[in-house]
Design a protein around this ligand. Structure first.
Ligand SMILES: O=C(O)CCC(=O)C(=O)O
Ligand SMILES: [Fe+2]
Length: 223
């Protein structure tokens, strides 16, 4: 399940993040890449251990947790610290897979990868996120403040930025429900149940859907 979620950040939050990214100190992105991904990763990342970096990480982390679509589709259990990347002309991140296990203290299994686009697409050329899905390569370049969430199982790349600057926030999530198909079934049941409730109220059908949803979640959840 690949999902684009719009307006994860307000224009005010985007302005504040841009203010901090403009002044922030950036380091080589290779520092946080796995052994093989390092060889194709060419970007900068906001230095992680400053007050400003903490502030923007928290802002995006909270925005994720408050987003109903993100919560219902991803079912986050653990979220890795958010990385803020900057691609200048000539920079790209070639084909790679994200590490399955991340972190050195608390380990996180990457079930879902996400990119929150921070730059207006009109301000840079290139810089598409391309995902190699079962129906071929799919290319994404979303409006600032919108995000794409996709299973970490896919090969993907960021194409070369040829003009302007691409800022993005990326992170990885361990889901309460490891299997992508099970997550999708729960997400769709939840969507239908919400719509039935809005249209007809708490009917017998609604109650049955709630029961099925809860019982499937009980079977599939990993705590
Ligand atoms: O910036 C992006 O859209 C994706 C970056 C990425 O694939 C990664 O950091 O592993
Ligand atoms: Fe990646």
């Amino acid at each position: 399940m690949i999902l684009c979620i719009e307006q994860v950040l307000t224009p005010e939050q985007l302005d504040e993040i841009h203010r901090i990214l403009k002044e922030g100190e950036f380091v080589e992105g290779k520092l946080t890449a796995g052994r093989y991904a390092k060889t194709v990763k060419d970007n900068y990342q906001l230095k992680a251990d400053t007050e400003d970096a903490k502030k923007v990480r928290k802002m995006v982390h909270n925005a994720l947790l408050q987003n109903p679509l993100f919560k219902a589709s991803v079912r986050p259990q653990k979220i890795r610290p958010i990385l803020f990347s900057r691609y200048e002309p000539g920079m790209s991140y070639g084909w790679h897979t994200d590490n399955a296990i991340m972190g050195d203290g608390e380990l996180v299994r990457s079930d879902v990868s996400l990119t929150l686009f921070l730059s207006d697409p009109d301000t840079y050329e290139g810089g598409e996120l391309v995902i190699d899905t079962s129906i071929g390569e799919q290319s994404f370049k979303l409006p600032a403040g919108s995000m794409i969430v996709y299973p970490s199982t896919f090969l993907h790349q960021v194409t070369e930025v040829t003009q302007g600057i691409r800022f993005a926030a990326v992170t990885w999530v361990q889901s309460l429900v490891r299997d992508v198909q099970q997550r999708e079934i729960l997400f769709e049941l939840d969507t239908v149940r919400k719509s039935i409730f809005e249209q007809y109220g708490k009917t017998v059908e609604f109650d049955l859907l709630c029961k099925t949803h809860a019982n499937l979640l009980r079977q599939w959840v990993e705590l």
